[in-house]
Design a protein around this ligand. Structure first.
Ligand code: GLY
Ligand code: MN
Ligand code: MN
Length: 363
């Protein structure tokens, strides 16, 4: 096993001890990838003090062996083989922790029924691997950095397309095509291009609406590189911005800059959210900032606890968060500005570098 994955598995083993289970069954795809390196769509890990097994199927035998050399790869030899059962039986397991936040009630009931005769005690766990994932190593940060660079390049590129009569869907497709051509494996999530009244919806569905002079347009997109995500939002105006649009934009920008300034090790997630929220509330728009300030970013776009009103997370160097305040006014439009921020020993480093002054198109 490469040192990197061995270290992760060792950290997981200390959590097994803390929970006094004999092993953990890891079924979440990003968690499987994080611990083993395996990227296939069907696979789970059974990790105990003395063993680390990757259960998959014959479509993935070779890939699993090559991507996850530190794991014993087990696949069913014929359709009736139940490799999980065989593992539990041969290792004499009785008490297994599972990822309760990733499986359905039906799956658990299926295990209880199928493996009832083995007398297994299924112990729910919640976010064990996600907690390990919060602090990124240098290689992970490098991938996020690259994903951020591609998002920044895409924002530069897309400006050519921000014109009256442009269609939201076309702009979204161009963003995604461009990011892939620049080396993204895929978009990190379905891009949002929300114009005019649609921009009042924080997560609008891309439509065939055409941009009109006077529209706010919110572009929210990101790239995936080596499994790691970037997530950026810029809001622009088609035509000339009105004084009211400028004011709204300046409030969101001020909230975002103040929050980023507050990011450093030891600060609580909720306190960073409160700083942005206070700026927006003082300006009279508190009721229109309807979501959390940001989320952890990594192998998933929403990668774990983040910067919200109830967030107990204490920031540590190596954590990466989005900072994305917004104001959304029905019938008028909305503004969101989002950057990705690495917590460092000294404070914070902003990983996305697209300009943040209010841009009007055509320029
Ligand atoms: N694009 C999803 C988000 O910003 O959280
Ligand atoms: Mn976003
Ligand atoms: Mn986000």
């Amino acid at each position: 096993m490469s040192l990197r994955f061995a270290h992760r598995v060792e950290r997981l083993r200390t959590r097994i001890d803390e929970r006094s289970v004999e092993s953990l069954l890891i079924t979440s795809r990003p968690n499987v990838r994080y611990l083993s390196g395996f990227t296939g769509s069907a696979g789970s890990l059974l990790v105990g003090k003395e063993f680390a097994v990757l259960l998959t199927d014959k479509r993935y035998t070779l890939r699993a062996r090559s991507e996850a050399p530190g794991f014993e790869v087990v696949v069913p030899e014929n359709p009736d083989d139940d490799v999980l059962k065989t593992q539990m039986e041969s290792r004499g397991l009785r008490k297994i922790g599972f990822e309760a936040n990733h499986i359905t009630v039906k799956t658990l009931e299926g295990w209880q029924e199928k493996y009832g005769e083995l007398g297994i005690e299924w112990v729910p766990t919640n976010g064990v691997v996600e907690e390990l994932r919060m602090v990124k190593d240098a290689q992970e940060v490098a991938s996020i950095r690259e994903a951020c660079g591609i998002a920044d390049a895409a924002f530069r590129h897309i400006q050519l397309f921000l014109q009256p009569e442009a269609v939201e869907l076309d702009v979204a497709m161009e963003l995604e095509f461009y990011m892939r051509r620049q080396g993204a494996r895929r978009p990190a999530f379905e891009s949002i291009v929300a114009s005019g009244e649609h921009s009042a919806m924080p997560h609008a569905e891309v439509s065939e609406r055409r941009f009109q002079p006077g529209d706010f347009v919110t572009l929210d997109f990101g790239a995936e590189v080596n499994g790691y995500c970037s997530d950026i939002t810029r809001t622009v105006v088609i035509g000339k911005a009105t004084p009211e649009q400028r004011r709204l934009y300046e409030v969101v920008l001020e909230a975002q800059l103040r929050a980023i300034d507050a990011i450093k090790p030891g600060v609580k997630g909720a306190d960073v959210d409160a700083i942005a929220r206070q700026v927006i509330t003082d300006a009279g728009y508190g009721d229109y900032f309807t979501h959390s300030l940001g989320h952890s970013l990594g192998l998933s776009v929403h990668d774990g606890p983040g910067l919200g009103q109830k967030s107990e997370v204490v920031l540590e160097p190596g954590m990466v968060f989005t900072v994305e305040p917004g104001i959304y006014i029905e019938g008028f439009g909305g503004v969101r500005i989002e950057d990705d921020v690495l917590v460092t020993e000294a404070g914070a480093e902003v990983l996305t570098h697209s300009p943040k002054h209010l841009m009007e198109f055509p320029a």
